[in-house]
Design a protein around this ligand. Structure first.
Ligand SMILES: [Zn+2]
Ligand SMILES: [Zn+2]
Length: 256
């Protein structure tokens, strides 16, 4: 496991990783093999075993690592706001980690995109009391049977409680726990449902799966992703960060 201290993620590191495509191409055969042998079951099995690591970032924002995509958590008197929900198999350990951060209930969830490693926990987080906000295509993909050829896997429609209740097209703004949060659609990139989530005062941006730290990203051509879109998304990420910004990638580790 590659335990990265996320609080050290800087623009310089971001640029270094973003320009890392050629060097990390050596990972591609391993990743392709993993897909053929069942990347979705592999991800779930990995999450079932993984410890949930908690990294404080800045102000009242932390990240939970170990269940699918990186989960950002904003704590405060109005209740917790989560970015992404990981895998359901991690529920007990995620809930324990959230309780360790504070006693605030979970009241809001935002999804960076529709993929299972970011939305599988939606149903239990919703049942715990959270509303769910996402791009309209996240709702669309979760509401129907969806095939991802790159994973050789067909997803059934998600349960009703997992479906986002608030959706948007281009931009959406949330004010929660005295924190301004800006949600912006990338356009088709890794999928056709990717958004960035910026915590404005803390200067922390979750870029979802438009960036994986240290290894070549997956592009889901089955649900609207494209290499041109990923390049555009990376270009936008580079324009909105400074050397003070903490950039949260979708993933810092991958099932081995
Ligand atoms: Zn992911
Ligand atoms: Zn993804």
């Amino acid at each position: 496991m590659n335990n990265v201290n996320l609080s050290n993620v800087s623009r310089r590191r971001f640029i270094a990783a973003a320009g890392f495509g050629a060097a990390t191409a050596v990972f591609a055969p391993h990743l392709l093999f993993a897909q053929e042998s069942g990347i979705v079951p592999t991800m779930i099995n990995e999450a079932a075993r993984a410890k949930i690591e908690v990294h404080p970032l800045r102000r009242n924002i932390s990240v939970l690592e170990g269940s699918g995509g990186n989960i950002a958590v904003l704590t405060g008197k109005s209740g917790k706001l989560l970015i992404d929900s990981g895998f359901t198999v991690s529920r007990a350990r995620i809930a324990a980690a959230l309780d360790d951060l504070s006693s605030d209930p979970v009241v809001r969830l935002i999804n960076t995109h529709w993929h299972i490693d970011h939305t599988d926990g939606n149903a239990w987080v919703h049942s715990a009391g959270a509303t769910i906000t996402a791009h309209e295509n996240t709702k669309k993909r979760l509401s129907t049977t969806t095939r991802v050829e790159g994973w050789s896997y067909t997803f059934p429609p998600a349960p009703a409680g997992a479906i986002p209740t608030t959706v948007f097209d281009e931009e959406h703004h949330v004010h929660h726990n005295d924190t301004r949060i800006a949600l912006r659609y990338y356009g088709p990139a890794h999928t056709d449902s990717d958004i960035s989530v910026l915590f404005e005062e803390a200067d922390i941006i979750h870029v979802g799966d438009t960036w994986w730290n240290g290894f070549y990203p997956f592009i889901d051509y089955s649900t609207g992703g494209s290499i041109d879109g990923m390049i555009r998304a990376t270009g936008r990420n580079l324009t909105v960060v400074t050397d003070k910004t903490i950039v949260l990638p979708g993933h810092t580790t991958w099932p081995s």
